[in-house]
Design a binder for this molecule. Structure first.
Ligand SMILES: Nc1nc2c(ncn2[C@@H]2O[C@H](COP(=O)(O)OP(=O)(O)OP(=O)(O)O)[C@@H](O)[C@H]2O)c(=O)[nH]1
Ligand SMILES: [Mg+2]
Length: 205
């Protein structure tokens, strides 16, 4: 079975957990624990193939042994990078994260294959206090070769599902996931090491 690893990244409070929980359970519950990181697992069928999806939801609070952002990027095959449209600083953080993903990729052996990144402007229901224009998100996505969507985890279930399913589909076609599938089982990759650390806390949905 194919493993697909997706990291959901972004500043504190932008709605990373809300988006993941919405995708996995269809529900928006309002408050989410942020004191520990989680890897959620879900079996999916993508183009007729069984896929074991792992979704990494980082914890915002400092805790012992917390993986660095670089580790979180190395672990993943694909990315959903989130900002809050009512918080400009979260947009700047998202920009820095996407740039870092692209930079690390340039330094990697697989530089010819772009990792799939979905840039998401969340909390669209707060557009009356908007600080980031839709065009700014779209421009950044075009510049850094990302897909882009503005949505509300609180109000848009279909859009949230589309972001996750497109990310899974495109990631499964991209180089890193394929490469890992070809790698002999005994190889000690960085992804495997990180997985051992993250593997301590897992949730199945
Ligand atoms: N209005 C509105 N609030 C949202 C939306 N999505 C999330 N929130 C709220 O934003 C707050 C933070 O959401 P979380 O999902 O915990 O954000 P997070 O990015 O996981 O935060 P950390 O785990 O602390 O990094 C919560 O109060 C959510 O209810 C949305 O689409 N609209
Ligand atoms: Mg969270």
């Amino acid at each position: 079975m194919n493993d697909i690893k997706i990291s959901v990244l972004g500043s504190d409070g932008v709605g990373k957990s809300a988006l993941i929980v919405r995708f996995l359970t269809r529900r928006f519950i309002g408050e989410y624990a942020s004191s520990s990181e989680c890897i959620y697992r879900k079996l999916l069928s993508v183009d007729g193939r069984q896929v074991n999806l792992q979704l990494y939801d980082p914890c915002s609070q400092a805790c012992e042994g917390k993986p660095t952002l670089n580790d979180q990027i190395h672990w993943a095959d694909g990315f959903i990078v989130v900002y809050d449209i009512s918080d400009r600083s979260s947009f700047l953080t998202a920009k820095a994260i996407v740039r870092l993903i692209r930079e690390l990729q340039l330094r990697s052996a697989k530089r010819d294959v772009d990792s799939f990144i979905f840039l998401v402007g969340n909390k669209q229901d707060l557009c009356h206090v908007r600080e980031v224009q839709h065009e700014e998100g779209q421009c950044l996505a075009t510049e850094l070769r990302c897909q882009f969507s503005e949505l509300s985890a609180a109000e848009h279930y279909q859009e949230v599902t589309l972001v996750f399913s497109k990310t899974v589909q495109n990631t499964s076609l991209s180089g890193k996931a394929k490469d890992r599938r070809r790698r002999p089982s005994g190889s000690k990759s960085m992804a495997k090491l990180i997985n051992n650390v993250f593997g301590k806390r897992r949730k199945s949905v």
